[in-house]
Write a new protein. Structure first.
Length: 398
C-alpha cells in the first residue's frame, strides 16, 4: 500500500535502503548497509532534492515519485551533491520528466556533464536570486564545498526551517523502520556508524565542515534532512553538536592502541601497556590488530579517543605494510590534536619504530614519551620503558 512519509509541510522522504553493497566507494565496509535519502516537495511547484544510487531500486523509486506527484509534472531537480550515490538516478528522472529544470551550481554542472553528458535544462543557483519560491516552501541555496566534493551545497527552506544538508550530518546504517531521530535508538545503532561515516568520508575536510557550521550559526534549523542516515526533527542540535565536536577533533578521554605484530612481541607490548594504563585508572582503552581490523574502523577510533598508541614490527626495513597504510591515511587526512605513544619490534633489520618516528614528526601529534623498540622478546628494561609510556599517557589523560 502506498504511504507517504511526511517530514513537514509539503516535504516527503522518498529514500531507499541499500543492504546489498559490501563496500561504500568500494573501500568502506557496510555491515549495516546505508540509506540514500531523497526528498520530494509537492507544492504549487514540485521539486526533488537529490536522487539515489543506481543499484537496482530505480524502478520502484520512480514509481514512488509518480505516486507522490499524482500526474503532475516535476518542475525542479535540485542536486546538492553530485557523488554517484545521489546522482545515480538523475538520468532516469530526466527521461521520465524531460522538462525538469536541474538546479545546481557551475561546478555541479561541470561534473554532471562529465559523468552523465547532461548539459541542458540547467538552472544555476546564481541566476535564481534570493529564493526559489515553490508556493508554500521557499528555498535558499548555500555553497558548502568539500562536504564532500567541491560542488556540494545545501538547500534551506525558510518556511519550515528545513536544512537539506547533503552528506553533512549523514551516517552509515540503513533506516530499519525508524526514519526520524525520535523513532530510533541513536546511541545503540547509529552513533558509531555516524562517527565512522564522518571520519571516513568527511574527516579530511574538518576545516570545511567548520566553515559550513559557521554559516549555519544563528540560522533556525527545525529539520535536518541529510542524504544518509536518520532525518532529524526532534533534536537536530544533537547531530550539529556531534559534527561540530568531530570536526574540531574533540575526543573522549581514552586510548586506542593499534599494533602490527608478526610473531607476538609487539602484541605483547600492546597488552602490557594497556594493562599499565588501566592500572593508572583509565577505563576507555581499546586494542586493535591492524591486520584484522579494517582501516575504516581504525580511522573511526582515532576520532573517538584523544590518545593513540601505535606499535609496529619492522618489515623489510619499513613499518609493517598495514600500519604504514594507516599512518599514510592519517597524514593524508591531516588529523590533528592527538596524544601519541610509539613502540615496536626491530624484527631482523629495523625500520618499524624508525618510520613511526618519521610519521610522528610529519603529523605533529604530541609524543608523550620516548618510543620503545625491542629486538626479539621484550626484556625487563623494555617493559620498564613501557611503564613510563603508560604512566605518561595516563597522566596526560587524567
Ligand atoms: Fe553520499 Fe559524497 O556522497
Amino acid at each position: 500500500m502506498f504511504t507517504r512519509i511526511n517530514i513537514t509541510g509539503k516535504v516527503y522522504w522518498i529514500g531507499v535502503n541499500d543492504r546489498k553493497k559490501h563496500l561504500f566507494e568500494n573501500i568502506w565496509p557496510l555491515p549495516d548497509g546505508v540509506a540514500y535519502n531523497s526528498y520530494i516537495i509537492v507544492d504549487e511547484k514540485t521539486a526533488i532534492v537529490d536522487t539515489i544510487e543506481s543499484f537496482g531500486a530505480g524502478t520502484s523509486y520512480l514509481h514512488r515519485i509518480e505516486q507522490h506527484l499524482e500526474g503532475r509534472p516535476l518542475n525542479y531537480l535540485i542536486i546538492n551533491h553530485m557523488e554517484l550515490d545521489h546522482s545515480g538516478e538523475v538520468k532516469t528522472i530526466i527521461e521520465k520528466y524531460p522538462d525538469v529544470k536541474i538546479i545546481g551550481n557551475s561546478t555541479t554542472f561541470k561534473i554532471l556533464a562529465a559523468y552523465f553528458g547532461i548539459t541542458e535544462n540547467l538552472l544555476n543557483t546564481s541566476e535564481i536570486g534570493d529564493t526559489l519560491d515553490l508556493g508554500y516552501h521557499k528555498l535558499k541555496f548555500v555553497m558548502t564545498p568539500w562536504i564532500h566534493w567541491p560542488e556540494t551545497m545545501m538547500t534551506y527552506d525558510t518556511t519550515d526551517n528545513i536544512l537539506f544538508s547533503a552528506d553533512a550530518f549523514g551516517s552509515f546504517g540503513t533506516l530499519d523502520g525508524g526514519i526520524f531521530d525520535d523513532e530510533i535508538n541513536f546511541e545503540a545503532y547509529y552513533e558509531d556508524n555516524m562517527r565512522r561515516y564522518f571520519s571516513n568520508i568527511v574527516g579530511k575536510y574538518c576545516n570545511m565542515t567548520q566553515k559550513a557550521l559557521k554559516k549555519l550559526d544563528g540560522v533556525p534549523v527545525n529539520y535536518i534532512c541529510s542524504t544518509h542516515g536518520p532525518v532529524w526533527r526532534k533534536n537536530p542540535e544533537k547531530v550539529i553538536e556531534l559534527y561540530d565536536k568531530w570536526s574540531c577533533y574533540e575526543a573522549e578521554s581514552g586510548v586506542a592502541i593499534m599494533y602490527a605484530s608478526m610473531y607476538g612481541n609487539t602484541e605483547a607490548m600492546a597488552d602490557y601497556i594497556a594493562r599499565r594504563i588501566a592500572e593508572e585508572g583509565i577505563k576507555e582503552i581499546r586494542i586493535f590488530d591492524v591486520s584484522k581490523t579494517h582501516i575504516s574502523y581504525l580511522i573511526s577510533e582515532i576520532w573517538k579517543y584523544k590518545a593513540v598508541i601505535l606499535g609496529s614490527c619492522a618489515y623489510n626495513g619499513e613499518m609493517y605494510p598495514l600500519m604504514e597504510q594507516f599512518c599514510r591515511e592519517m597524514e593524508h587526512m591531516s588529523v590533528k590534536n592527538k596524544l601519541l605513544g610509539l613502540f615496536g619490534s626491530y624484527s631482523w633489520s629495523g625500520g618499524g619504530v624508525k618510520n613511526l618516528l618519521k610519521f610522528a614528526e610529519n603529523i605533529g601529534w604530541e609524543q608523550v614519551a620516548d618510543a620503545i623498540e625491542v629486538y626479539g622478546i621484550p626484556t625487563d628494561e623494555k617493559y620498564t620503558q613501557c611503564d613510563a609510556l603508560a604512566k605518561a599517557m595516563a597522566g596526560k589523560l587524567k
